[in-house]
Design a protein around this ligand. Structure first.
Ligand code: GLU
Length: 478
C-alpha cells in the first residue's frame, strides 16, 4: 500500500486538509504503508516556500510522519510538482502525438462566448471543440499572430466513467457532463492539477488516493487521463467534508480553521488528532478519548460515514481539557510555560512551587493558555475587588467575616493550620454557614466568589499572603 498527502502550499494548513493528512497517516500506520508527502505548487502566484514550511511544521506538530517527501527525499522524487515539469512535458507530447490532446488557440473572450452559447443552447460541453482539428497552416497562422496555445485533452462524449469508491460506493459519471475538452497545460506552459496529479500518482505508485469529497468531481477527468496514458488506476476513497454546526462548509465563521492557530491557542496535538481522527465514525463501545494506537487498531476507511460530519468546537475543547489533565506535571509546566511567560516573569519564582500550583489548577484548564487567568491571583500581591465582591464584603455578614478572619489570624491560626482550620474557625466564630460562609471567605482571600478548593488555595498562597489579603480587606472603603 502506498499513500500520499498532497497539499498546495498556498496558505496555512486548514483543518479539513489536516484531516486528510491524519486519515492517511492512520492508514499508513495501520498497514505499515509508504506515505508520500507531495507538494502541489504549480499555482506559482499563490504558492510559497513559507507556506510549504508552515504546512510541514504543522504536520510534524500533529505527529504525522511521511516516509518520502521534499524534505527527506525518496525513490520517486522530486516531490515538488514545480520540480517535475520536464516529466509532465514528456506525457503532454505523448498525448499530442497520439491525437489524445491538441493545441487550442482560442482567446479568453472566445471561450466566454462559447460558455454563454452553451448555456443558451443547453449544450453540456463548455468548449465547442473549435481547435480540435486545426490544420498545420491554421496553427501556424495563430502562432504568427502571437497567440500562445493551451493544450486541451479530448473528451469523447457519452462515455460512462465508473469506479468504486471505498467510502462512497459505486460512483458513475458520464463524460458528456464534465464540461467537454479540458485544458491540461495552460498558455504559460504550466500544467494543471487535474492532469499532473494523475501522472504523479502513477509514477509514485500510489495505490490508494484518500482525499476530501471536494475532489470527487475531479475524479472522472483524472480517470480519463489515466486511461489515455494507460496507467493503472489507484483505488479512491473520498471523505465527506467536515461541516460547521449549520451544515455549511467549515469556515472561520464557525471557529478556528488553521492548525497553527490551534497550536497557538494551546490545544495539544494529541487531542486534535484524537478528535479529527474520529469525525464521521465511532470507536467500539463509543469511547471518545482513545489513544492513537487504539485508533489505528480500530480504524477502517469504510467505517467513515458517507455523509458529512459536523465539527464540534466545544467537544474538541472539552477533549483538550481531558488531555491536559492526563499530562505529567513537569511536562504540563513545560507546555504551559510559554503561555505563562507572555504575562509573568517566572525567573525569580520557585519552579517547584509553580508546578504545584499548576497541578492544582489543571482541572480548570481546557487550553494551555487558560492557566494565565487561573493563576493570576496566585501571582498578584494585591486584589482589584469587583463591585460584586465589594458589595459582598461590605454586607453585614461580610464585615463580620472579615473581622473574624483578622482575629483568627492574630490568634489561633498559625503557619501550620492557617489553611486547614480557617473555614471551620470562622464558622464557629460567626455562626455563618453554607454560601454565607464560603463566599465571603473565598472572596476576601482570593478576590473571586468562585474557584477551586479554598484550603488548598490558601496553602499554596502561604500564610503571609493570606494574612495580607485579610488586612487589605479590612481597609475596604466605599
Ligand atoms: N493539492 C490538492 C489540494 O490541496 C490535493 C489533490 C489531491 O488530493 O488529489 O486540494
Amino acid at each position: 500500500m502506498r499513500l500520499r498527502f498532497a497539499p498546495s502550499p498556498t496558505g496555512f494548513l486548514h483543518i479539513g486538509n489536516a484531516r486528510t493528512a491524519i486519515i492517511n497517516n492512520l492508514l499508513a500506520l495501520k498497514n505499515q504503508a509508504d506515505f508520500v508527502l507531495r507538494i502541489e505548487d504549480t499555482d506559482m502566484e499563490r504558492s510559497s516556500i513559507e507556506s510549504e514550511n508552515s504546512i510541514i511544521n504543522d504536520l510534524k506538530w500533529l505527529g504525522i510522519e511521511w516516509t518520502e517527501g521534499p524534505d527527506i527525499g525518496g525513490n520517486y522524487g522530486p516531490y515538488r510538482q514545480s520540480e517535475r515539469f520536464d516529466i509532465y512535458q514528456k506525457y503532454t507530447e505523448k498525448l499530442l502525438n497520439e491525437g489524445k490532446a491538441y493545441h487550442c488557440f482560442c482567446t479568453p473572450e472566445e471561450i466566454d462566448n462559447m460558455r454563454e452559447e452553451a448555456q443558451k443552447t443547453g449544450r453540456n460541453e463548455t468548449y465547442n471543440g473549435k481547435c480540435r482539428n486545426l490544420s498545420k497552416e491554421q496553427k501556424q497562422a495563430f502562432l504568427d499572430e502571437g497567440r500562445k496555445p493551451t493544450v486541451r485533452f479530448k473528451v469523447d462524449s457519452d462515455i460512462d466513467i465508473t469506479f468504486n469508491d471505498i467510502i462512497k460506493g459505486d460512483i458513475s459519471f458520464n463524460s458528456s457532463n464534465i464540461g467537454g475538452d479540458f485544458i491540461i497545460v495552460r498558455s504559460d506552459q504550466i500544467p494543471v492539477y487535474n492532469y499532473i496529479v494523475v501522472i504523479d500518482d502513477s509514477l509514485m505508485k500510489i495505490s490508494h488516493v484518500v482525499r476530501g469529497e471536494d475532489h470527487l468531481s475531479n475524479t472522472p477527468k483524472q480517470i480519463l487521463i489515466a486511461k489515455a496514458l494507460k496507467f493503472e488506476l489507484p483505488l479512491y476513497a473520498h471523505m465527506p467534508l467536515v461541516m460547521g454546526n449549520d451544515r455549511k462548509k467549515l469556515s472561520k465563521r464557525h471557529g478556528i480553521t488553521s492548525v497553527n492557530i490551534y497550536r497557538e491557542e494551546g490545544y495539544l496535538p494529541e487531542a486534535l488528532v484524537n478528535y479529527i481522527s474520529m469525525l464521521g465514525w465511532a470507536a467500539e463501545n463509543e469511547e471518545e478519548i482513545i489513544s492513537l494506537n487504539e485508533i489505528v487498531k480500530q480504524f477502517e476507511l469504510n467505517k467513515i460515514a458517507a455523509s458529512s460530519a459536523v465539527f464540534d468546537f466545544k467537544k474538541l475543547k472539552w477533549m483538550n481539557g481531558n488531555y491536559i489533565r492526563t499530562l505529567e506535571n513537569n511536562e504540563l509546566f513545560n507546555k504551559m510555560r510559554p503561555y505563562l511567560e507572555k504575562e509573568y516573569s517566572l525567573e525569580n519564582m520557585d519552579q517547584n512551587h509553580i508546578i504545584e500550583i499548576i497541578t492544582f489548577l489543571k482541572p480548570y484548564c481546557e487550553l494551555l493558555g487558560d492557566i494565565n487567568d487561573q493563576i493570576s491571583h496566585f501571582f498578584s500581591e494585591t486584589i482589584d475587588y469587583s463591585s460584586e465582591v465589594r458589595e459582598l464584603l461590605k454586607s453585614e455578614n461580610g464585615v463580620k467575616i472579615i473581622a473574624a478572619s483578622k482575629e483568627l489570624f492574630d490568634s489561633v491560626l498559625t503557619e501550620q493550620n492557617y489553611h486547614s482550620d480557617y473555614i471551620n474557625l470562622v464558622k464557629e466564630m460567626t455562626g455563618a454557614t453554607g454560601k454565607n460562609l464560603f463566599m465571603p471567605c473565598r472572596a476576601l482571600i482570593t478576590g473571586s466568589i468562585h474557584g477551586p478548593d479554598l484550603a488548598e488555595t490558601m496553602r499554596l498562597y502561604g500564610y503571609d499572603k493570606c494574612k495580607k489579603r485579610i488586612l487589605a480587606a479590612c481597609q475596604l472603603k466605599d
